[in-house]
Design a protein. Structure first.
Length: 313
């Protein structure tokens, strides 16, 4: 039997640890550089809307992205217990609010603004109705026709009662550029009707929206194979490439960024790709057209190649 030297074991462990760290650090630097290159091409911060059922982790995800970016957890978006609507108002978390590094060049980077809204209630969806409460709310939000701080719970009630809403003119600073659909991995529920509604509504706009998805609460599901299957399934359901989906365990108060920040920053890099195009729908039939964003510029990063014939951006 060969005797092991505990001193050597520690050294090997330390060495392997340092290797792992340096590899991770290398990747982190690489991702940061990719993200910066993308951001430099963006003329003004994009408005990113978080959409999903209540309690799925939309607000937590905003705080998670900011933690990965700034290295420090702070409450920017209000988090609840997951049972009741904790975000009820339209809350814009502007990049100026969370991004203020000392370095002037970094400070000038156009990181996204996040628009946090109420969890869309599946009860307000109806597959047989064209103009549901959810689609009316979405229509107003996507077009920047609601002011910041609008009470969305109250608005939903009024629309449900059939009350007429006086539409405000479009506020450019609140018009949505990108949609991130948030689904919780805690249960196996997928809000099909809601997803259809989101797509149908975005299709009605003169320009469509790039769509991404985040599957939160990955800590509630330990089966990696199941997670990947679910990711694939959701990608098919909302007709986006799997690489536009992030599986994520959100940070919570008191946590500092760890290895998961690399994946979060990678996701953000895709979100901030200056050549993002609107999604092409297959669930809802539309003419094939490529919507161009106002600030589309020549690509600086390699666009992700399409897979399985489904459109990517
Ligand atoms: N375990 C775990 N809990 C999470 C995660 N993300 C969010 N939560 C918890 O889920 C609950 C709801 O989170 P929120 O971020 O408030 O969810 P929301 O989608 O913004 O909720 P509404 O604003 O009410 O629609 C809170 O108790 C969070 O702490 C996660 O990744 N893992
Ligand atoms: Mg919320």
């Amino acid at each position: 039997m060969t005797e092991t030297n505990p001193e050597n074991e520690t050294k090997v462990d330390e060495y392997q640890g340092s290797l792992a760290n340096s590899k991770e650090d290398e990747r982190r630097i690489e991702v940061w550089n990719e993200l910066k290159a993308n951001l430099k091409e963006i003329k003004k911060p994009k408005n990113v809307l978080l959409l999903g059922e209540y309690g799925t982790g939309k607000s937590s995800f905003i705080n998670t992205v900011i933690t990965a970016l700034t290295g420090k957890y702070r409450y920017y978006a209000d988090i609840g217990s997951g049972n009741l609507h904790s975000t009820t108002r339209l809350h814009k978390i502007s990049c100026k609010e969370y991004w203020n590094p000392e370095n002037e060049e970094d400070r000038a980077l156009n990181l996204p603004n996040f628009i946090d809204i109420i969890g869309l209630d599946v009860q307000l969806s109806n597959p047989y109705e064209r103009d549901t409460v959810n689609s009316q709310i979405m229509n107003l939000i996507l077009n920047g026709k609601l002011s910041e701080d609008t009470d969305l719970l109250d608005l939903g009630m009024k629309l449900k009662e059939g009350k007429k809403i006086v539409e405000k003119s479009e506020d450019e600073s609140l018009v949505i550029d990108i949609i991130v659909i948030v689904v919780s991995l805690e249960d196996d529920k997928i809000p099909h009707t809601l997803l259809d509604e989101i797509y149908a509504e975005s299709k009605k706009r003169s320009r469509q929206f790039p769509v991404f998805a985040v599957l939160t609460k990955s800590d509630k599901c330990n089966d990696q194979e199941k997670l990947e299957k679910k990711k694939k399934y959701i990608a098919e359901e909302i007709s986006i490439d799997v690489r536009k989906i992030l599986i994520c365990k959100n940070y919570h108060a008191g946590q500092n960024p760890d290895s998961r920040d690399v994946e979060i920053l990678e996701f953000l890099t895709k979100l901030c790709d200056p050549c993002l195009k609107a999604v092409k729908l297959h669930k809802v039939e539309v003419e094939e057209e490529q919507a161009t964003l106002p600030d589309t510029v020549a690509p600086t990063s390699t666009p992700i190649p399409p897979t399985n014939g489904c459109s990517l951006m």
